[in-house]
Design a protein around this ligand. Sequence first.
Ligand code: 1HE
Length: 268
Amino acid sequence: MSTDSEFITYRLEGKVALLGLNRPDKRNAIHDPLIDALRAAVLRAHEEADVAVLHGHGSNFCAGLDLGEALARATGQIKPPRKRRRHNWHEVFDLIARGPIPFVGALHGAVVGGGLELAMATHLRVCDESAFFGLPEGQRGIFVGGGGTVRIQRVVGTTVMTDMMLTGRLLNPAEALQEHVVRYVVPAGEALAKAQALAERIAQNSVETNWMIINVLPRVNDLSHDDGLFMEQLNSNRQRPPEAEARLRQFVEGKAAPLKPPSGEPPA
Ligand code: 1HE
């Protein structure tokens, strides 16, 4: 099933929802209407899908903040809201990062500024050979505002993020792999297909375990050693869902697919 809004395409293929940033003439730069459309698509995927893929239409994943809109805001042409509410980007990116289903990011071309912050809200990232990653906020006179200080810094570390921000250094796919920005690099044009294949694989897990992976791990990562072990214990003592029993029985009765040692090729 496929339904598109003006700035986001949405397609449901079996258990996998495909969400596409669709403002290619502006390199998928994020303005308010795009973020609103993204929020709606993410909430829809939460309801309908077990896994989602986030990708970009056109030659780039995302050029970050819409700098034209930012200028209009800075010059007062766009008035700030009368009431303060939670920062829109934080809210929507957190819906992705801490929602009920895993998101796989399919990245190509520019993945910069807020585009990198958005990509880092997904749980698993694939890029193709055309991708480059950067934080050019220093060159634009602004600062990260889409959760990057938390999410990017925790993945790449303070040293790498500081370098990217101070010097404007762009990472190529090999460097992005080294810094854990992505886990898979594929030839140009193949990121979406690879992300879809990974999403199909993830959709074979139990929904409950996927939820625990994406919700427990980042929270434990924020805790002390003791508190982390305590949370893990609380979680493993929860009553197991019926699907766990079925899957455990499958293994015990010799009906589960065996784990194969890695062939040297990345999976999926
Ligand atoms: C844009 C934007 C944008 C392109 N806001 N309009 N982000 C940046 O600093 C990145 C700015 N963009 C670029 O460096 C380049 O556009 C790209 C490397 C991404 C792509 O280059 P290219 O040659 O394919 O495209 P282009 O010719 O530069 O741009 C095509 C059009 O997209 C052009 O508009 P047009 O009307 O003249 O055709 C560009 O103006 C437009 N465009 N990027 C608005 N970002 C919450 S804090 C987050 C802070 C940040 O994200 S800072 C990083 C901002």
